[in-house]
Design a protein around this ligand. Structure first.
Ligand SMILES: [Zn+2]
Length: 276
């Protein structure tokens, strides 16, 4: 894995790479805009150039995380229109920055069946309106809090089976979410079985990135609360398995742990788990 972290873009998106370097990160995840607003001022040409320059120099893969407001399963016409607009805009920002993967939570809906269909339809609309884009949505497996869709691998798979262009959708696996959703990550063997299932359902190539987070809450709690690596309920075996999984040697795997001041030590801990 290319072990990295979600870095701040305060002061400009290109500054994330310097922060990544300071943390010893070999991959970086960013928000290309405020994660809490519906729209953002367009990226200036100078900012785009600075980002591409910094990416070339740093030579670490970059991925983006989408806005938390987006809900592609919403039935509310206003929320739906805004969500589709936000995803389009974020994909275009990724394209302009040379970022291939935009991580998104599938959405939330009281009916799983109907919700998953709405997500697939929303993605179809986005894809139709943006032909020929390199940047792709990466659906993240969720903790299944409340009505959040996508806490089972089969739900994410169902979206992929329903979209018109499945080749334009990737998947992101988050250890905290999987564990909180009920998957057994307590041992290396259990973790291997979960990853094998994901590979079987999605194909290895579609799994574009990992989020490496420990979980504050126990397995199956279905509450999304990240903890520092080794300080939560998952423990180290899951991470030991993942950092040694040769199938994902070049896949970005980023920390989204609560305290960026602990990124460097978290990454050192993960590196110490790699078998020589
Ligand atoms: Zn995540």
């Amino acid at each position: 894995m290319k072990l990295g972290a979600h870095e701040s873009v305060a002061g400009g998106v290109s500054l994330a790479f310097g922060r990544a370097e300071a943390h010893g990160a070999q991959a970086v995840q960013i928000f290309t805009r405020s994660a809490r607003g519906w729209s953002a001022p367009p990226l200036q040409a100078e900012e785009r150039r600075a980002f591409r320059r910094a990416a070339r120099t740093a030579r670490v893969p970059a991925i983006a995380h989408g806005s938390y407001l987006v809900n592609l399963a919403s039935e509310d016409p206003l929320v739906r229109t805004r969500s589709l607009g936000a995803v389009r805009e974020e994909l275009q920002r990724c394209e302009a920055l040379g970022i291939r993967s935009l991580v998104l939570h599938p959405g939330s809906h009281p009916s799983r069946r109907r919700g998953l269909r709405l997500v697939a339809r929303a993605l179809d609309e986005v894809h139709r309106s943006l032909p020929g884009l390199v940047a792709q949505v990466c659906l993240e497996v969720t903790a299944g809090q409340g009505n959040c869709l996508g806490h089972r691998l089969e739900e994410v798979e169902e979206i992929l089976l329903r979209v018109e262009a499945p080749g334009r959708v990737g998947v992101c696996l988050d250890t905290c979410h999987l564990f909180s959703a009920g998957y057994d990550l307590s041992t290396e063997r259990g973790t291997a079985a979960v990853v094998d299932e994901a590979v079987r359902r999605f194909g290895r190539r579609r799994i574009r990135c990992f989020h490496l987070n420990d979980s504050l809450r126990p397995r199956g709690a279905r509450v999304d609360r990240h903890a520092e690596i080794g300080r939560g309920r998952i423990g180290l075996p899951a991470f030991r398995f993942l950092v040694n999984d040769a199938r994902f040697r070049d896949t970005p795997a980023v920390l989204e742990t609560p305290n960026p001041d602990r990124y460097a030590s978290g990454l050192r801990l993960l590196h110490s788990l790699i078998r020589k």
